[in-house]
Design a binder for this molecule. Structure first.
Ligand SMILES: *Cc1c(COP(=O)(O)O)cnc(C)c1O
Length: 376
């Protein structure tokens, strides 16, 4: 049996190699490597795709989150409610502007922050709610927006893993006040380097974010704020333009892969498969199952090793919830504060997931997983 990686970017590249080469060569020949028409055009197309009036492109998803927070004038003394079960970049951006992340536990069904628990954590200092559409699955945005609107708190959606996903008929990133996206190569819409974007229907907010991303400048050499340097370069924009045309098709293929996994795994005892969202559409950035609980994830890690020995590579997103990270010890959340996030951290196992994964490979993954569960 051949080895199966958690994801394989080379297969996708092979299908669009000629188009990418052409697009990159055109940029190289143009001499315009920073800003310019290709970058502008991609920003326009991406905003149109998400369904917002405005889009600001930047250097990374982390920068997009940082710029959104800054544009909303969130800083020291402010609190931002988010999930403890996400990539560090989410909370890092909150800390980077000087604000404090305030965590709310997840639900074990979707592994997303539980909107029902938000209200109890709102204080006078709460200046934003930052839901994360983790693994491509949308947060219940009806419930979340209802709380946000009742308290008039802006919502910044972390859509880094969910480009193209929907809650109801709306694409994520166009539901809250701002949507933040990452074009890191492994994301569903990935560049060949770093990249990010923020989307909004608030033109003034977009202009502020753009100003902050350009050294606090709206016109050359006039600086009104301490900003940063965060740009999407033209080569990446050209690559993303090509890939954006295929995004829906790739997301559809992920859906097929996910359904096949669920069908193959559905009857396997001791495994909880990820459910589809109650509304809208997941874009299956990951297909993450929950194994049975064990001390510090020891059972999960044995299963993982046994699978690795059989040539199937799996991943663990994320082994330590943010409130238990060394960097956040100062926030004072002890063990057991967010029991579901902690349980998830010890139980999650992400199976190989990418659009080009074949039915044969999936059958092999499931076969090897069954064996590992029997032996672990
Ligand atoms: C990838 C990711 C980010 C950060 O994006 P970068 O482009 O790597 O900076 C933020 N939040 C989540 C949930 C992510 O998955």
């Amino acid at each position: 049996m051949s080895k199966i990686p958690p994801l394989d970017l080379t297969r996708q590249y092979a299908t669009i190699e000629a188009e990418i080469s052409q697009a990159v060569t055109a940029v190289l020949a143009s001499g315009q490597y920073i800003n310019g028409p290709v970058v502008q055009h991609f920003a326009q197309q991406f905003g149109d795709y998400i369904g917002t009036t405005d889009c600001v492109v930047c250097n990374s998803g982390t920068d997009a989150l940082y710029l959104a927070l800054r544009a909303l004038q969130i800083g020291p003394g402010d609190e931002v409610i988010t999930s403890p079960f996400t990539f560090i970049g989410t909370a890092e951006a909150i800390s980077a502007v000087g604000a404090t992340p305030v965590f709310v536990d997840v639900d074990l069904d979707g592994l997303n922050l539980d909107p029902a628990q938000i209200e109890a954590t709102i204080t006078k200092r709460t200046k934003a709610i930052m839901p994360v559409h983790l693994f491509g699955r949308p947060v219940d945005m009806d419930a979340l927006m209802a709380v946000a609107q009742a308290y008039q708190i802006p919502v910044i959606e972390d859509c880094a893993q969910a480009v193209g996903g929907q809650w109801g008929p709306q694409r994520v990133g166009g539901i809250g006040r701002v949507g933040c996206f990452s074009f890191f190569p492994t994301k569903n819409l990935g560049a060949c380097g770093d990249g990010g974007a923020l989307t909004t229907n608030d033109p003034a907010l977009a202009e502020t974010a753009q100003m902050l991303a350009a050294h606090g400048s709206r016109s050359r050499y006039r600086h009104e704020a301490i900003g940063i340097n965060s740009r999407l370069d033209a080569v990446q924009a050209a690559i993303l333009q090509v890939k954006l045309q295929y995004l829906d098709r790739w997301n559809q293929q992920r859906q097929v892969v996910a359904e096949r996994y669920t069908q193959l795994l559905g009857l396997l005892p001791g495994i909880q498969v990820p459910g589809a969202p109650s509304m809208g559409k997941s874009v299956w950035h990951q297909y993450t199952v929950l194994l049975k609980p064990s001390e510090a994830g020891s059972y999960r890690d044995r299963v993982r090793q046994l699978m690795q020995d059989q040539g199937v590579a799996t991943m663990v997103y994320y082994p330590i919830p943010l409130h238990r990270q060394p960097v956040y010890q100062s926030l004072g959340y002890g063990a057991g504060t967010f029991p579901r996030a902690e349980q998830a951290a010890g139980r999650v196992l992400a199976l190989p997931m990418f659009p080009e994964l074949t039915a044969e490979q999936q059958a092999q993954v499931v076969y090897v997983l069954k064996d590992a569960i029997a032996a672990a």
